[in-house]
Design a protein around this ligand. Structure first.
Ligand code: ADP
Length: 237
């Protein structure tokens, strides 16, 4: 299927072994995220949201259907090629930032580039730029325990952007944050999706932040409803 969208899932089914049978976590799911788009993925617990993100992140291979990232149909790729595609094109942001305790904020970013085999000088410049984007220039030399939860999540976001991904997958980024910090983090994701033209899919249980997104897709029992435009933020009509 020809597609220019950074992320396309077409008719994706994912089954997990379950005792003697199988559990269908994703049931013929189709989703497209365009460059610069922020898609909210909502739905009750157990409906398949994490499975969708893991499949889109190429961490799990679907039982059937296509996952196309930046024009590459992942089904045809060997594990090594898939890892290279993921490192080069996909940024992943989990609920918990999982920062390395002994590294400063700027070092967390530089090491992620080092793992991609990029030169250190370029990494330093890009890390400084990205810390500025996420509002943490003044905290570049702080260790994770010296940062607030919201600041750690900002480092996490900047780190995910280090590889200039085409696709950003975000799992409940505000789960560990209070209301004010949650709003700021979703606002930041809105900003970076647009600024870096990255196709972003964000799982959220917080429907309050949905107006900051472009599209809302709802999961239920492994099925995905067709995405609909997000409601306009109140007061902006
Ligand atoms: P959500 O993120 O919406 O809570 P999940 O994607 O975690 O939903 O789960 C979807 C379904 O797949 C559930 O029935 C869950 O029990 C099942 N599931 C998820 N991960 C696994 C796994 N690793 N092994 C077996 N079943 C799983």
């Amino acid at each position: 299927m020809p597609t220019s969208a950074p992320l396309t899932l077409a008719n994706v089914t994912l089954e997990y072994p379950d005792g003697g049978g199988t559990t269908t976590a994703l049931d013929r799911v189709s989703l497209t995220a365009q460059a610069g788009q922020l898609v909210a993925l909502v739905g009750p617990s157990g409906s398949g949201k994490s499975s969708l993100l893991a499949t889109a992140a190429t961490l799990v291979r679907p039982t059937s259907g296509q996952v196309i990232i930046a024009g590459a149909d992942t089904a045809g790729l060997k594990d090594k090629e898939l890892t290279a595609l993921r490192r080069g094109k996909v940024g992943i942001i989990f609920q918990q930032p999982n920062l390395l305790p002994s590294l400063t904020a700027v070092e967390q970013l530089i090491i992620s580039d080092h793992l991609r085999g990029k030169p250190a000088t370029a990494a330093r410049t890009r890390a400084a730029e990205l810390l500025d984007v996420v509002g943490l220039s003044a905290s570049a030399r702080k260790l994770p325990h010296q940062l607030s939860g919201g600041q750690r999540q900002r480092v996490n976001i900047a780190r995910a952007l280090m590889g200039s991904p085409k696709v950003l997958l975000v799992d409940e980024p505000t789960a560990a944050l209070d209301h004010e910090r949650s709003a700021a983090i979703v606002g930041l994701l809105r900003q970076v999706a647009t600024e870096f033209s990255v196709a972003t899919v964000m799982v959220t249980h917080d429907t309050e932040f949905v107006p900051l997104t472009d599209l809302v897709a709802t999961m239920r029992d492994g099925r995905l409803t067709a995405p609909v435009p997000a409601p306009t933020p109140s007061g902006s009509r």
